[in-house]
Design a protein around this ligand. Structure first.
Ligand code: ARG
Ligand code: ZN
Length: 873
């Protein structure tokens, strides 16, 4: 039951105006809709089919132009309502009954903590009423909400409130959104909420009221999100020339939410964990995540809402672009270097494996069964990398021109990724046809670059070879256009002057476009040297590829010390770490490489020009999952052990420096979320963990003291986590109890407590995890808690999840089967660690496969069925 991009056809009719009337009653909701429908000029043939989507709806009445229809006048299936109408324009009306309190899928209209809320992307609106629930149908919405005044005094929808009446114990609120939008951007909220507000004046002088609605008791947790929102609004004006377009911008925090947040027009709905924060309850990472997500949803107002997607195959048109925009925003607000290397780590840890596994798909997929399964790291993060490459190829100035042209041309329309690239072609005069393979071909390209140097002529030749392994769809890959930013360095790290006569190399910016499977670049050095120069390749990770090069360990050490590109200094460290870990898996560390590494790390830690946060990142090792791509069928437990061994070695080798850092940086200061402080806390806490690895008995008491006296969650949670992970069992239990007692009433902190509980790896891990599922504060219906216990166990506790007896896999499969009955989207996501079974060693792979086969025999949701069946085929 897959659907294909090639089958795209515009509908015969389109809805221009939508009037919705919601009556929120005690045990059900009545939805009356009235639609103004006209023929769709985009449809070529003379079809009379008016097809509406519907899912789990009770249909009470249907009318066309005021005339009630009987069952013979339409065709009703479990998922659609179809009419045949020989008319050019008509009014369609229908009434449906729905049951929000029974909706555990959290799609459509549902109840979270006593409040009504919606999630309509991608196909949730069809659970509310029959509608053309597809993004290429844009209409102007007017929404009326009638609800019990005492229980639901706050009644919100998109756009501006046009009226509000309180009468006979009821509230009747009417909202109107003047901007035509697809149904997936519809939102409704009703509850007893408190609002924090602020104002923003746009570039052109429009006064916008900003409101954040939260449950009682959370009103003190809104400041950071409000500040982030104002910064986002200013940033989009300054960097993209995009201004906000309504007089009101609302955010609502809800506890039960499948994803992070949703960009509904004028009424964003957020997972409460992605919006609520105070220094005492939220870590620096949470503050950063909130800033990024608030920005992301706000930026969607242009990249997503004003210009939307023609169909869901184009999802990355809005998501990839918006992730790119939010990443740039975060880089401008915080540390650019740190943001980039965090994003690259994330991409390699999650997207590369996805692209090598059974769910591999292109940034613009060719087919899907369930679109919810395609809100992936490929669509989002790789999509963002593709936009980044476009900017690298065009340069910042032309890229901005292209973005302006894109927004101007497609404003108010539903567009495609081709339209986006078209705008970039128009402003640059470039032919980007081959570049578009990044949208249509899945897979991570392997790029190999090797040097030959001719001393006599002073010519350095770089030979590039690219190839992309076949992915799940089995198709052969054509060469990509790979922009490689590079520099050629002398012995002391200075950039060497050179010339090149090659139209695929931009000498000024140092960008080499590799577009063939094999390609050579000749660089002539201005000055004489005797030795092959060092090259710094793929600076700032200018393309999402797996690079191999011919640098020696010595040359890498040199780059770590002297490359002007901060990203590449970090990257060379990562390469050495990976090499060492693989060496350890195969027998043991090479001690001369360790010596070289030690010297450079000490130098880096002592270098006052390097930001604190970058120093911390330099000491972070690559995650276990990155090794699965480097060494097929590698034993993941050996990797975990080797990784631990390397950490212990580093802790011991750098102990003196780390101790000094910890003492210097461990100064009490008033918490502020700003780059310098964030960097200090990050490095200080990293030092503390390493010191515990090197000398537990001396540093456990220090961690305990930090746990007890910390005045911010970053420091408290770090200490808590380190103790639970590294200390003896009794101490771990003691701090866990203390933390729970302190924070049991705070939903956001409680989620962290669950996460930490499942992070300790010992013989009792699985029984602890199981016990948490019956904890009085655990709820299967709350995705955050499910992710914090089951998800975190499977994703973050490598040693226990992958334990050789297969018990971790069995546990996960059992939980997923249970969750599939309540929330298919969550079930389909949670199964992902098992889905990549082919990447693991044979014994583990088989154990994983057995669990998948077990699941495949059950009655599964469409979501889970797609993932499980693809993983077994
Ligand atoms: N558009 C939202 C965002 O990225 C995500 C919504 C995803 N919803 C879903 N049911 N998969 O900001
Ligand atoms: Zn998004």
């Amino acid at each position: 039951q897959a659907i294909y991009l090639k089958d795209y056809l515009p509908p015969a009719f389109t809805t221009k105006e939508t009037f919705l009337d919601f009556e929120l009653l005690a045990d059900h909701t009545l939805v009356r809709s009235r639609l103004k429908v006209v023929r769709n000029p985009k449809r070529q043939d003379a079809s009379n089919e008016f097809k509406l989507d519907g899912n789990e709806l009770e249909l009470l009445e249907v009318k066309v132009d005021g005339q009630a229809l009987s069952e013979a006048d339409y065709e009703l299936t479990a998922t659609s309502l179809t009419l045949n109408l020989d008319k050019d324009a008509f009014e369609f009306e229908c009434t449906t009954r729905i049951y929000p309190d029974r909706n555990t899928a959290l799609e459509g209209l549902y109840i979270s903590g006593g409040m009504y809320c919606t999630q309509c992307e991608a196909e949730g609106f069809r659970r509310i009423t029959f509608f053309q629930d597809r993004p290429d149908v844009l209409s102007v919405f007017t929404t009326r909400i009638t609800a019990d005044l005492e229980k639901y005094p706050t009644a919100l929808s998109n756009g501006n409130q046009v009226s509000r009446i309180e009468q006979d114990g009821k509230v009747v609120a009417e909202w109107h959104d003047p901007f035509p939008k697809p149904s997936y951007l519809f939102a409704l909220v009703a509850g007893d909420l408190i609002c924090q507000q602020d104002r923003f004046t746009t570039q052109s002088g429009r006064e916008v009221l900003l409101q954040i609605f939260v449950e009682q008791g959370n009103e003190h947790k809104c400041d950071h999100a409000l500040e982030s929102l104002k910064r986002s609004m200013r940033w989009d004006e300054e960097v993209y020339g995009r201004e906000y377009d309504l007089d009101l911008f609302m955010i609502v925090a809800v506890d039960h939410f499948n994803m992070g947040a949703m960009e509904n027009k004028g009424l964003n709905i957020f997972n409460s964990s992605c919006v609520l924060a105070t220094p005492e309850t939220a870590t620096d990472e949470a503050f950063a995540r909130i800033e990024g997500i608030v920005g992301h949803e706000y930026f969607h107002n242009w990249s997503g809402n004003r210009v939307t997607c023609r169909d869901w195959f184009q999802l990355s048109l809005k998501e990839g672009f918006t992730v790119f925009r939010d990443a740039e925003f975060s880089s401008d607000m915080g540390s650019r270097a740190v943001k980039r290397l965090e994003d690259v780590s994330f991409l390699r840890e999650h997207q590369f494996p996805e692209d090598a596994g059974p769910m591999s798909h292109a940034v613009r997929p060719a087919s899907y069964m369930e679109i919810s399964n395609f809100y992936t790291v490929t669509i989002y993060e790789k999509g963002s990398e593709v936009v980044r490459m476009l900017r690298t190829i065009l340069g910042a100035e032309l890229f901005r021109k292209g973005s302006d042209l894109y927004f101007e041309t497609f404003d108010g329309q539903a567009a495609t990724t081709d339209d986006f690239v078209w705008a970039m072609e128009q402003v640059s005069g470039r032919d980007l046809a081959q570049f578009k393979r990044w949208y249509s071909q899945a897979g991570t390209p392997r790029l190999d670059i090797s040097r030959t140097f001719d001393v006599d002529s002073g010519v350095l030749s770089l030979k590039a070879v690219q190839s992309t392994p076949t992915t799940a769809d089995g198709s052969a890959k054509e060469p990509f256009v790979i922009p490689v930013e590079l520099g050629v360095l002398g012995d002391n790290g200075q950039q060497l002057e050179l010339t090149a006569d090659d139209d695929r190399f931009d000498l000024q910016r140092g960008v080499w476009l590799i577009d063939a499977s094999e390609q050579t670049l000749e660089l002539k050095l201005a000055n004489q040297t005797d030795t092959t120069p060092v090259v710094s390749l793929l600076r700032d990770f200018s393309a999402p590829v797996l690079l191999s090069d011919d640098l020696s360990d010595q040359e890498r050490i040199q780059l770590i010390a002297s490359d002007s590109n901060g990203f590449n200094r970090w990257e060379q460290c990562q390469i050495i770490y990976k090499k060492l870990i693989i060496q350890h898996v195969n027998g043991g560390f090479d001690s001369s490489l360790l010596d070289g590494l030690k010297t450079s790390l000490i130098q880096l830690l002592n270098d006052s020009d390097v930001e604190h946060a970058v120093k911390a990142e330099l000491l972070n090792l690559p995650s276990e999952s990155e090794f699965l791509q480097l060494v097929p069928s590698i034993n993941i437990l050996s990797v975990a052990q080797a990784r631990k061994g390397l950490r212990v070695w580093m802790a011991e080798a750098l102990k003196a420096q780390l101790e000094q850092l910890f003492v210097d940086l461990n100064q009490e200061q008033q918490y502020r979320f700003e780059p310098k402080q964030v960097g200090i806390r990050k490095l200080k806490n990293l030092a503390l963990e390493y010191l515990m690895l090197a000398d537990l008995s001396s540093f456990q008491p220090i961690a305990l003291k930090q746990f007890e006296t910390a005045t911010n969650m970053t420091d408290q949670l770090s200490a808590f986590r380190f103790i639970v992970k590294h200390a003896d069992e009794a101490s771990a239990e003691r701090v866990s109890d203390a933390f729970l007692n302190q924070w049991r009433d705070d939903v956001q902190v409680l989620e962290q407590w669950f996460r930490v509980q499942v992070s300790r790896s010992d013989s009792k891990t699985l029984s602890r995890v199981s016990a948490l599922l019956s904890h009085e504060l655990f709820e299967y219906q709350n995705p955050n808690k499910v992710r914090a216990v089951i998800g975190a166990f499977a994703m973050a506790n490598v040693e226990s999840f992958h334990s050789a007896d297969g018990s971790g896999y069995e546990f996960l499969a059992k939980q997923v089967a249970k969750l599939d009955q309540m929330n298919p989207q969550i079930a389909a996501r949670l199964i992902s660690p098992l889905v990549k079974w082919k990447s693991y060693d044979q014994a583990r792979g088989l154990q994983m496969k057995v669990q998948l086969e077990g699941l495949s025999k059950l009655e599964l949701s469409k979501d889970l069925y797609e993932v499980v069946s693809k993983s077994l085929s």
